[in-house]
Write a protein that binds this ligand. Structure first.
Ligand code: ADP
Length: 395
């Protein structure tokens, strides 16, 4: 079956067409500037890129152009929409009730709408994407895979905040965790690729512009670093990760700003960007460090230190760790970051093989044979994970 995987942002729509038998990507593309003007970049595997500049007032219009690109005689990949068996959607937040991937029906759409408050930037766009696909391909099964699904396996002691319980009961204030599809995919791949026992204890470090870390046993989440929103946890490109919440009030008072302003600063102007003053992109921060920027050096050190602290905490949470897997932009491409994080882990018996660590973007064991913990690089593939879940539900 061919599965169309859709990932909508507020002004963008990314897609991939995946053959579920070969698990090969047959085409991919991106609609940008939806609601502004509109550009579609499409690429069928093995063919040249194809760019269409065309007005996209909304996601429905974008979806129409995606279908035209997929069906295009020269640049497309299918002869008719009948070839698409199902559509899988990445959805940010399923709230406290939608805890597994689901076939879309009215109830599922209502809950996604009820969660607009919890995912204000993503959930409305995700719902628009679902409705655009229902319009473009009536009668086809649509499946939603939530970024929060993986974290919903956490126990109460891990997901509850130590605040009055009524806020959990009334408003669902708890830790949910995000990047769940990636953590689920990478933890399972790590067990498979690493030849580990099925109930292995795995820590996945998803280190990109958004960054999070998870602890899982046999692929089931024990803990993960993002919380009610993706702001909690590691230092990220522009997000602060963990801070004392009193910082918010203090800055509000000093700068005469309101809570929303300061939360915006913690989400968009903090992290590597805020600390270095250079960029949210790790490569720019590294280049500035090499030119002598002290703030950039500290930002990179703080990033790695935070990851190492979480690895320690999660090893304690699981009473041990069998494997650590690195993934996402930094985790897959930056051998120095992997090495320097692992330098903190000598007490766990972690030994990195520098030659094996000289690798990018493919499954690899990067620890030495004598290492007590297997350390791996496992490229994430959220689209493939969504396609797998979609096929399981659509059949
Ligand atoms: P997201 O999906 O959250 O936008 P990605 O997983 O694509 O993020 O990661 C993007 C980050 O990965 C960027 O900050 C970029 O600097 C970093 N990155 C990519 N390649 C390298 C590299 N070779 N060395 C260091 N960082 C890299």
């Amino acid at each position: 079956m061919k599965v169309l995987v859709i990932n909508c942002g507020s002004s963008s729509l990314k897609y991939q067409l995946i053959d579920s038998v070969t698990e090969e990507m047959e085409a991919k593309g991106l609609c940008e500037r939806i609601g502004i003007d509109g550009r579609l970049t499409h690429q069928t595997t093995g063919k040249d890129k194809y760019v269409v500049e065309s007005p996209m007032p909304d996601h429905k219009a974008a979806m129409k152009l995606v279908m035209e690109a997929l069906l295009d005689a020269d640049h497309g990949v299918i002869g008719s929409t009948d070839e698409i068996g199902a559509i899988g959607h990445r959805v940010l937040h399923g709230g406290p009730t939608l805890t597994t991937p689901m076939l879309v029906d009215q109830h599922v759409k209502d809950v996604i709408r009820d969660c607009f408050d919890l995912g204000p930037l993503h959930n409305p766009a995700n719902l628009m994407g679902i409705e655009a696909c229902e319009d473009a391909m009536p009668g086809k099964p649509n499946v939603v895979v939530f970024d929060t699904t993986f974290g919903m396996a956490m126990e109460e002691k891990a997901y509850l905040y130590a605040i009055p319980y009524e806020y959990y009961e009334k408003y669902g204030v708890r830790r949910y965790g995000f990047h769940g599809t990636s953590h689920m995919f990478v933890s399972r791949e790590a067990i498979k690729f690493g030849g580990l026992k099925p109930d292995a204890k795995v820590i996945v470090c998803h280190l990109g512009n958004g960054a999070s870390i998870s602890a899982s046993i046999g692929g089931k989440c024990v803990d993960t670093s993002m919380g009610l929103t993706p702001l909690e946890g590691l230092i990220m490109g522009t997000r602060s990760g963990d801070v004392d919440p009193a910082v918010v009030q203090y800055i509000c008072n000093k700068e005469h700003r309101d809570v929303n302003d300061v939360l915006n600063i913690l989400n968009k102007k903090s992290g590597m960007l805020g600390m270095s003053g250079v960029s949210s992109d790790f490569r720019d921060v590294e280049a500035a460090r090499q030119e002598g920027s002290h703030r950039s050096e500290v930002a990179l050190e703080a990033f790695r230190y935070r990851v190492a602290k979480y690895i320690g905490a999660y090893t304690a949470a699981m009473n041990g760790v069998d494997a650590i897997a690195f993934t996402a932009g930094v985790g897959e491409n930056d051998k120095n970051a992997r090495k320097l994080i692992c330098d903190y882990l000598g007490y766990l018996g972690v030994v990195i093989d520098d030659e094996a660590n000289n690798v990018r973007g493919k499954n690899a064991v990067i620890s030495a044979p004598e290492s007590k913990v297997k350390v791996m690089l496992i490229p994430t593939n959220e689209e493939l994970a969504i396609a797998r879940e979609t096929v399981a539900l659509a059949q």
